[in-house]
Design a protein around this ligand. Structure first.
Ligand SMILES: Cc1cc2nc3c(=O)[nH]c(=O)nc-3n(C[C@H](O)[C@H](O)[C@H](O)COP(=O)(O)OP(=O)(O)OC[C@H]3O[C@@H](n4cnc5c(N)ncnc54)[C@H](O)[C@@H]3O)c2cc1C
Ligand code: FES
Length: 500
């Protein structure tokens, strides 16, 4: 599950304590069990505990060890070309609800930082979507149009601090950036101070909802709750078929020291490959981009090289301090899913599909779910409704189609694949190999030791592929990730790959 012990830890991971903040014993009965201690789960848990609910957070790794620890941590309602995209796919009203929820979330984060006295390098900064390409000028203008129509005070101005020519740029002032782990550790402390219980290193394996409550089965025992909030980036349970309705994308970031002045704004390009830029108070410039579908790049090390080349060419980057990568999910229509696990359930709640904008969307989702659990109306709940399906689609068919894809994929692969001999793997090399007549996924580490595991994902049976930069086995179907010894790094899988 979320892990801080990875080959490429982020700037945020390397500059914070690892203290787990966990309770030794697992609470047995609570009002709400929140699963996942990233920004979404911790915000929901704190809001609920502050209202007087008895809340437990169940986290498979440490507090803030998932994507929130590997983000670029811009907290902004202007998010590349998201608003024009949502408007064109779902209409003005949905775009407006999205904008309002995100504006409120930016304010919510600012107010927590102040009220809970969280020391997290919080800074106000303008957000900017720019383009250096004539072809994307109209996308920037459309974003300005959609954002203004949704009530944001955006402005067009191609004058930026970027060290290259910009053809058009849209700005939203007074947004924010912060140190995401320090922020989340601050939220976790406030949650515990409000009476919350935090069970780290506890993996939720299944949930079972009945008329009176929900039972959460974990690898350390069961918890009974009136409600559960699944805030695990993508729900780990198959109900709701979120794995089939949202797709995982990986992205890369790097903290560099530059020759000249550091930009004070938070920038992102409208064109692809995406380039994201922001600075930190302690002298780093963070550049990001190079997104691609999980498991669909045969040498991810090239992604870091491309970013580094760009940072050196554009900013005269002198020192590369930290580099890291992570993934987030994008829903089929671009709008996050926030609400019920399935339309029949009254007590199981989810939030997912933030499309790499979960610092504000995760905060907004926590607010929406807190209202729904408390039985209050929320002005944005309908727009984010998690049970919406494409016309004609059914949950049952989505689940079985996906299960069949995995099985077909593996059957075809086993028939046609000719594994290479395990002995042919060099040090720091991975491949699908023949080991004593068995076809396995194997990695030979720097010391020459072979780590061999099953190459079949434990979620729905797709074949995993090796991620060379992060030295992990990644599943191209729904984004589960495993370390070289088969341990789950990231769901929806909850079972490790078997050792071979
Ligand atoms: C490279 C990159 C850059 C980004 N930059 C930005 C940005 O600048 N601004 C922005 O708004 N967004 C950004 N995002 C997106 C944002 O970081 C995420 O959307 C957000 O952090 C998601 O938070 P979360 O709490 O939902 O998930 P996570 O932080 O992943 O938390 C989920 C937690 O659930 C735990 N978990 C998982 N399964 C289980 C289980 N079965 N049992 C118990 N616990 C479990 C995990 O260990 C993890 O700690 C970026 C994303 C990427 C990939
Ligand atoms: S089959 Fe679903 S994540 Fe691998």
């Amino acid at each position: 599950m979320g892990s801080l012990e990875v080959p490429n830890p982020s700037l945020w991971v390397e500059t914070t304590e690892r203290a787990p903040h966990g309770t030794a014993s697992l609470p047995q009965v609570v009002d709400v069990a929140v699963i996942g201690a990233g920004i979404t789960g911790l915000t929901a848990a704190y809001l609920l505990a502050a209202e007087g609910a008895r809340v437990a957070v169940v986290e498979a790794g440490e507090v803030c060890s998932g994507v929130t620890a590997f983000t670029t941590a811009k907290v902004a309602a202007l998010q590349r070309t998201t608003l024009s995209d949502i408007r064109s796919r779902l209409g003005h009203e949905r775009a407006q609800a999205y904008a309002e929820a995100n504006v409120a979330a930016v304010d919510q984060v600012a107010s927590f930082v102040e009220r809970l006295d969280i020391d997290c390098d919080f800074e106000r900064a303008p957000a900017c979507t720019y383009t250096a390409s004539e072809d994307e000028v109209s996308s920037v203008e459309e974003e300005h149009d959609a954002a203004s129509a949704a009530g944001l005070q955006t402005r067009l101005d191609a004058d930026t601090e970027l060290p290259f020519g910009v053809r058009a740029a849209v700005w939203l002032d007074n947004q924010a950036q912060l140190h995401p782990r320090r922020y989340c550790l601050g939220l976790a402390r406030a949650f515990v101070d409000a009476g919350g219980e935090l069970a780290t290193r506890t993996r939720a394996l299944d949930i079972d909802e009945d008329a009176d409550g929900v039972s959460i089965r974990t690898d350390r025992g069961d918890i009974r709750a009136d409600h559960t909030v699944i805030a695990t980036l993508l729900p780990f349970v198959d109900a709701g078929a979120f794995f089939a309705r949202a797709h995982p994308y990986r992205s890369y970031a790097m903290a560099v020291r530059v020759e000249g002045a550091r930009p004070s704004g938070m920038y992102i390009s409208a064109e692809s490959p995406t380039r994201s830029v922001r600075s930190t108070g302690d002298g780093w410039v963070i550049v990001g981009g190079e997104g691609h579908k999980v498991g669909q790049d045969d040498d991810t090390r090239r992604r870091y090289e491309a970013l580094e080349d760009w940072a050196r060419a554009q900013f005269g980057a002198e020192e590369i301090g930290y580099l890291w990568s992570a993934q987030d999910y994008e829903t089929i229509d671009g709008m996050p899913y926030v609400g019920r696990l399935t339309s029949g359930r009254e007590r199981s709640w989810v939030a997912t599909g933030f499309r790499k904008w979960g610092m504000s969307n995760g905060t907004a989702a926590a607010h929406i779910l807190t209202d729904l659990i408390a039985g209050r109306d929320n002005p944005w709940a309908e727009a984010f409704d998690s049970t919406r399906l494409a016309p004609g689609a059914s949950l049952k068919s989505l689940v079985s189609e996906n299960a069949n894809v995995g099985k077909r994929f593996v059957t075809d692969w086993l028939k046609t694949w000719r594994p290479r001999p395990a002995e042919s793997l060099g040090n720091d090399e991975a491949g699908i190999v023949d080991l004593d007549g068995d076809t396995v996924a194997a990695y030979r580490d720097d010391s020459g030791e072979l780590h061999s595991v099953s190459g079949i994902c434990t979620h729905l049976g797709c074949r995993v592929t090796f991620n060379t930069a992060e030295r992990s086995w990644d599943c191209p179907c729904h984004g589960s990730r495993f370390d070289v010894d088969g341990h789950v790094l990231q769901g929806p899988a909850t079972k490790d790959l078997s050792e071979k």
